[in-house]
Write a protein that binds this ligand. Structure first.
Ligand code: SF4
Length: 431
């Protein structure tokens, strides 16, 4: 059976870049989304499935012309319109079987678009369909090119890692509880292999992209032994209480900092989102990270149903006072298959029919106190207010001082930082 899995195509706007939507121009980092973790995992474990990551429309139709028994689409909700277009084209081109996967595909409003929908990380289910066996889940290579806007070369290659996939928490705005509620660890042998591979590619930093790193303590500790063994600097995205619990262990490694979903400073907002985290724990973590020159990268949601324009402006000021340097600001968005969808739809109504607006940068439901235009302006203002050059400079300075303290020398830290662009341009691939 000839199978092709693809992502949504990219249009004139080019690759999605997280920094583009959060940081003021012109001075900012770049990290274009050129690779797709879900498809990389599938391809590493089931190489008979060919993958196409973020093609142009022309590349997509050229690939379809090669003839396939099955075409699968992996996507997020905001990419749905493009996927509907791609699926339509595939049907008209004579592809008899279409599959869907990832968070976007579980949308009940897409009923009938695909012949089969895969919920959760699908390697095992796909192996059954193909009649093959996976002995051990392998970890794919995922090298993320980092840059600085306007510089024509990479400034650093970052190795992305997932040590565990899925999350048992129940935040009401998140689709993970419907998609992958049972965390599954990636075998340590596979993590060892990928770390060794990254080392051979000249990579110094790894970014752990788990949904809930640290919840399986034994596995986390053994993984960090490997990270230490290979001498990587590393960073992670996790919850504040998990980070606080493990901080002493992490500080014994080349730990650089973490991304934390702070979401709000209001206890009642956090409780209503079942975040199971307090503002105080986020503040304590910030202090402890800053004491040792580790960074804190924040994620923050505006547009709670109780929030007003004025209260949001006040919250933005408090958040900006933390001087984190990098803060992602999003507008509260109800996604399908979440409790938040049911709650906001029943109370206020979700008016938006255009799936591309479900990107956390638009208001898609009838907010009782704010207009879409107000929230749009607030989000952009908050991004500029938080991600300003001064705070970003402190963020970078912290990272540099962290290198210096690990290497016990500022000169060695400078030498290390200078080596990043050289190594990144000696290897310009993503595998
Ligand atoms: S902790 Fe993160 S991944 Fe888990 S449910 Fe909450 S938002 Fe989703």
């Amino acid at each position: 059976m000839k199978i092709l899995f693809t992502t949504a195509y990219i249009g004139k706007e080019g690759y999605y870049d997280w920094f583009k939507f959060q940081c003021p121009e012109p001075f900012r980092l770049t990290a274009p989304s050129v690779l797709h973790a879900g498809l990389r995992f599938i391809n590493a474990n089931l190489p008979q499935i060919e993958i196409l990551e973020f093609p142009t429309w022309h590349q997509y139709i050229s690939k379809l012309a090669e003839g396939w028994d099955v075409v699968g689409f992996s996507f997020y909700t905001h990419e749905t319109n493009k996927i509907v277009e791609m699926a339509d084209y595939a049907r008209k081109s004579g592809i008899s079987t279409l599959w869907g996967g990832n968070y976007g595909a579980i949308n009940p409003f897409l009923d009938g678009l695909f012949d089969r929908v895969f919920t959760g990380y699908a390697e095992w289910e796909l192996a059954d369909v193909l009649g093959v066996k996976i002995d051990r889940l392998l970890h794919p290579s995922m090298i993320v090119p980092m840059g600085i806007r306007t510089l024509p070369f990479r400034v650093q290659n970052m190795g992305a890692i997932q040590t565990l996939r899925g999350c048992p928490m129940k935040c009401v705005f998140c689709q993970t509880p419907a998609f992958a509620p049972k965390p599954e660890t990636v075998p340590l042998e596979s993590l060892d292999e990928i770390l060794r591979h990254y080392k051979s590619r000249g990579i110094d930093w790894i970014a752990v992209a788990d949904e809930s790193f640290g919840i399986v303590q034994d596995h986390m500790e053994k993984f960090l032994e490997l990270v230490n063994h290979y001498g990587f600097y590393w960073a992670v995205m996790t919850k504040a209480d998990i980070a606080l619990k493990h901080l002493d262990t992490w500080n014994q490694t080349r730990f650089m900092g973490c991304g934390i979903g702070m979401e709000s400073l209001h206890r009642d907002y956090l409780d209503s989102w079942r975040k199971n985290q307090t503002w105080d724990s986020a503040l304590t973590l910030r202090e402890r990270l800053f004491e040792t020159n580790r960074y804190f990268w924040g994620y923050y949601i505006i547009g709670h149903e109780k929030a007003t324009y004025e209260s949001t402006l006040e919250e933005i000021e408090v958040m900006a006072g933390l001087e984190l340097g990098v803060m992602q600001v999003t507008i509260l968005t109800p996604f399908t298959n979440t409790p938040l969808w049911d709650d906001l739809d029943s109370k206020y109504g979700i008016f938006e029919k255009d799936w591309s607006k479900f990107d956390t940068k638009h208001l898609v439901w009838n907010h009782p106190h704010m207009t879409a235009d107000q929230l749009h302006k607030l989000r952009w203002y908050a991004s500029i207010r938080h991600n300003n050059p001064k705070a970003f400079g402190k963020f970078i300075w912290r990272i540099y001082n962290n290198y210096a303290s690990h290497l016990k020398s500022h000169a060695k830290a400078l030498k290390l930082v200078s080596s990043f662009p050289i190594k990144a341009n000696l290897y310009r691939g993503t595998r």
